[in-house]
Design a protein around this ligand. Structure first.
Ligand code: SF4
Ligand code: SF4
Length: 379
């Protein structure tokens, strides 16, 4: 008798975009690659997929279904091409429809709905970070719309990234502007949390706004917005030429519009999952670090195999035990390798690493820097 409802769960996951779960042959490679078992979490990717295939209950707890950071390491290595993130997303969407998503994530979803950002901050303060700076307003006459992600718009630590970037863009004479308070979250984390309906509405609203303003080219501060604009908005008719800011800065460097050098520090680079594995941008950030004159170090697992910071897929807003924070393990590795600076180029990664450096009591000796900050210091 229970076979019917179980099958219904499995079929619902498939219908919500997780249909590749039936391709899984239970080899377990995904569980072996996933960072969670290495930090003594009960989460095993293979088991989650199995539960989805069989429609078994019990997958919906915070430390199982909501553990996945959507880092894509398993997806890129699955021999059966199971779109594991889509399976997770579909399972979360099913739970979200019943209103049973984790409380913290429900707060984030509600804030995006009410305020257009996940930080429970008023919409009308979105452009406050730019006060006192020479930041043009986008009116369709500029080459680029500068999309400042919600985190860099509101979070005080992250605002420094947006400020550093506009300093560089102004120095290089880039034609750009911000839209500001009319902007809303790109919706990337929302979709990964399972709020598909709100994501679709946001995508359409943002695309209409960008088109109405005459946007053709976009610079993003965040790899998450970058991936969403390049890989997900085209599904909804949003066709823009999008660059992550590191790609543009590398181009400006090659064109001689910025000159770098003299940053004589040992810098270890962390690949943000959404810039690296999701978007295959591995070289430009490294070339920028080299151009700064730094001694570049690498984590043992880097580029396509890099370990996630732990902040994707909604995890930025969820509680994680200190010993289970991926960024804490990376901070320890950075210290062991003699790094003076951890450099990255994603606001989520910066938040995760800043917290871990403090937690490890190394925040006085190990700087956590966005590449935009390192470069702006040299102008
Ligand atoms: S790696 Fe792919 S085929 Fe192997 S268990 Fe994981 S999802 Fe299944
Ligand atoms: S996407 Fe990353 S965190 Fe999620 S299951 Fe795969 S390896 Fe683990």
């Amino acid at each position: 008798m229970p076979a019917t409802p179980f099958l219904e769960v499995s079929e619902a996951i498939a219908l919500m975009g997780g249909d590749t779960l039936y391709q899984c042959m239970q080899c377990g490679l995904c569980s072996g690659l996933c960072p969670w078992p290495g930090v003594e979490s009960p989460f095993r990717t293979r088991q989650l997929i199995k539960m989805g295939q069989l429609g078994l209950e019990g997958f919906e707890s915070d430390d199982i279904l909501y553990a996945c950071t959507t880092c894509k390491l398993c997806v890129n290595n699955c021999p059966r091409e199971v779109a594991i993130i889509d399976v997770v997303r579909a399972m979360r969407a099913m739970i979200a429809e019943t209103g049973a998503a984790p409380a913290m994530l429900r707060t984030i979803m509600g804030s995006i709905h009410s305020n257009g950002n996940p930080w429970s901050e008023p919409r009308e303060k979105r452009e406050n970070w730019a006060e006192g700076l020479d930041v043009p307003r986008f009116d369709g006459s500029q080459e680029y719309f500068l999309s400042v992600c919600c985190t860099s718009a509101y979070d005080p630590r992250s605002q420094a990234i947006a400020k550093a970037l506009v300093k560089i863009l102004n120095a290089a004479g880039v034609s750009y502007g911000i839209i500001g308070n009319e902007e809303s979250c790109c919706g990337e984390a929302l979709r990964k949390m399972g709020d598909e309906e709100q994501f679709m509405g946001l995508a359409e609203k943002n695309i209409n706004l960008f088109n109405d303003k005459g946007v053709k080219k976009i610079i993003t501060t965040s790899p998450h917005c970058f991936t969403t604009f390049t890989q997900e908005y085209p599904e909804f008719g949003g066709e823009f030429e999008v660059v992550h800011y590191t790609q543009l800065l590398k181009q400006l460097l090659d064109e001689g519009k910025i000159s770098l050098g003299g940053y004589e520090k040992k810098v270890i680079y962390h690949d943000p999952c959404y810039l690296g594995r999701h978007s295959e941008v591995f070289d430009e950030p490294r070339e920028l670090i080299d151009a700064c004159g730094a001694e570049r170090l690498e984590f043992g697992n880097n580029k396509g195999m890099a370990m996630c910071c732990g902040g994707g897929g909604g995890r930025l807003w969820m509680e994680t035990e200190p010993e289970q924070r991926f960024s804490t393990h990376k901070v320890r590795e950075a210290v062991d390798k003699g790094a003076e600076v951890v450099a990255t180029c994603c606001p989520y990664c910066i938040n995760m690493f800043v917290d871990s450096a403090k937690g490890e009591n190394v925040d006085e000796t190990l700087e956590i820097k966005d590449l935009a900050e390192i470069i702006a210091e040299q102008l």
